[in-house]
Design a protein around this ligand. Structure first.
Ligand SMILES: Cc1ncc(COP(=O)(O)O)c(C=O)c1O
Length: 477
């Protein structure tokens, strides 16, 4: 029979080559400009307009990876990548992901691969313990954890579960009849806005609560707004507090917000997308004070826990609301294990049906590093960021904009917004380092996010030298 498939022998050979290619990439990553230098359309136009009629050999595909694809890569894994937020990966994570691809299981329900479900439950329970999370997030309690693709999907999941809880599951049946209203701060990540739109709540029913001088949500303002809304006939149902906002790493007061939520019967979702990883270190856990009042909590190992994208850990305090919101059982998925009630079917814990075996890569990471190794590297990133912040504090060219709690430093060149943007663009175009900006209180602010797996003090020293030299040049012309 004619076959176009790659044989196991070829796979073995090419697979080894590819692993070598990846190892070489990491060894030589500093030779690339961190920010891709291509122009819009350059990669698209370099790729043939039609798919090949005849299959091509592996070598020619890899040649095109080198020649056509690599110029269009921004090197997120470069130790001089300080932009946005980290998406740090590690070799154990890459191997775990490869194994997941190799096994190719689709773990939508327990029966379709019991290991995919049970390992996930176990790894999520490990993290509850290792990060000092509230006991009710543990699978042996009322709650439990599930791995989602992203924090955005998890936020949508939380909003939908909250919507169903407040309407006693009527909105799933009849659509939304109440005037539901949700609360975030002016600094909350845009994924919450997206979730509110998709969940049918309506953007006009999302209240942006003012923040204080540290850019953290003001609980008093939240309380006031809830009161105003109730008087106007709205039905408040959902609040998102953030541990480490995207722009400035601000920490919302979870306990004070949580107490309001309990009193008012609102679902509290806590977003710790990046900074949640810091909870693995006991000394950083004070930022999560009050987390036991949350109905759901997320953090992304795909940001700052050496696990390649995508991997979002999502816990709920009470799984019955989640499962009742998302559960669906068509005839073709009925099976004895599900009927017995003795297993978890994760398809009922999120939006999609099909699911990858993501727990494998997280398991590989945790087993490789141990919690000790994870704590070591996270502490090191925080130490590097604090050192950088000290340089800024003592600088005559730059100023610190907010006190950095962890690994993100927000600072400004003492000059105009235009000069700050010019400085950043010039440096980024050089390809030596890559960092990005935000706007805080109406002003352009530069951000150094220090958390790439292989970043060392040398890389941070180098970034600081570049910043000072370029600032000198810019301000003296
Ligand atoms: C605080 C916060 N929440 C949510 C997100 C969205 O993350 P994801 O890409 O996993 O949806 C981000 C990403 O930057 C973030 O910083």
């Amino acid at each position: 029979m004619q076959s176009y498939h790659m044989t196991p022998r070829q796979f073995r050979e090419y697979g080894k080559e590819l692993i070598d290619w990846i190892a070489d990439y990491y060894e030589n990553i500093e030779q690339y400009p961190v920010l891709s230098q291509v122009k819009p359309g350059e990669i698209f136009n370099s790729i043939p307009e039609a798919a090949p009629e005849k299959g091509e050999d592996f070598q020619s595909i890899m040649q095109d990876v080198d020649n056509l694809i690599m110029p269009g890569i921004t090197h997120w894994q470069s130790p001089s990548f300080f932009a946005y937020f980290p998406a740090n990966t590690s070799f154990p994570a890459i191997l775990g992901d490869l194994l997941s691809s190799g096994l190719g299981v689709q773990g939508m329900i327990w029966a379709t691969s019991p290991a995919a479900t049970e390992l996930e439950t176990r790894v999520m329970d490990w993290l509850v313990q290792a990060m000092g999370l509230p006991g009710h997030f543990h699978s042996s309690s009322t709650g439990g954890g599930v791995i989602q693709d992203t924090a955005s999907t998890a936020a949508l999941t939380a909003v939908v579960a909250a919507r169903e809880r407040i309407t006693n599951f009527a909105s799933n049946a009849r659509g939304i009849e109440d005037k539901l209203v949700a609360y975030v701060s002016t600094q909350t990540h845009s994924s919450l806005e997206k979730a509110i739109k998709i969940a049918g709540i309506g953007l006009e029913n999302l209240r942006l609560i003012e923040v204080d001088g540290d850019l953290a949500m003001q609980p008093g303002k939240l309380r006031e707004q809830i009161e105003i809304d109730r008087k106007a006939g709205f039905a408040p149902f959902f609040v998102c507090a953030t541990i480490g906002t995207t722009s400035s790493n601000a920490i919302d007061p979870v306990r004070a917000i949580g107490e309001i939520c309990k009193k008012e019967n609102l679902w509290l979702h806590v977003d710790g997308a990046m900074s949640g990883s810091a909870l693995i270190c006991p000394e950083f856990r004070k930022v999560a004070d009050g987390l036991e009042l949350a109905d759901s909590f997320i953090f992304n190992p795909h940001k700052w826990m050496f696990t390649n994208f995508d991997c979002d850990c999502f816990w709920v305090a009470d799984k019955k609301h989640l499962i009742r919101s998302f559960s669906i059982l068509p005839e073709y998925l009925k099976n004895k294990a599900t009927e017995s009630g003795a297993v978890i079917d994760y398809r009922d814990w999120h939006i999609q049906l099909g699911r990858r075996f993501r727990a494998l890569k997280l398991w590989f990471v945790i087993r490789h590093y141990g919690t000790e190794g994870l704590r070591h590297h996270i502490r090191y990133h925080v130490e590097l960021a604090q050192k950088f912040a000290d340089w800024i504090r003592n600088s005559r060219q730059f100023e610190l904009v907010v006190e950095p709690p962890f690994n993100l430093v927000c600072f400004r060149l003492k000059g105009t917004d235009e000069q700050n943007m010019e400085l950043m663009n010039r440096i980024n175009q050089s390809g030596k380092i890559y960092f990005t900006h935000t706007k805080l209180s109406g002003q352009i602010v530069l951000r150094m996010s220090i958390a790439q797996t292989h970043t060392t003090s040398e890389h941070v020293d180098n970034a600081w030298s570049i910043l000072q030299e370029e600032a000198e040049k810019l301000m003296n012309v």
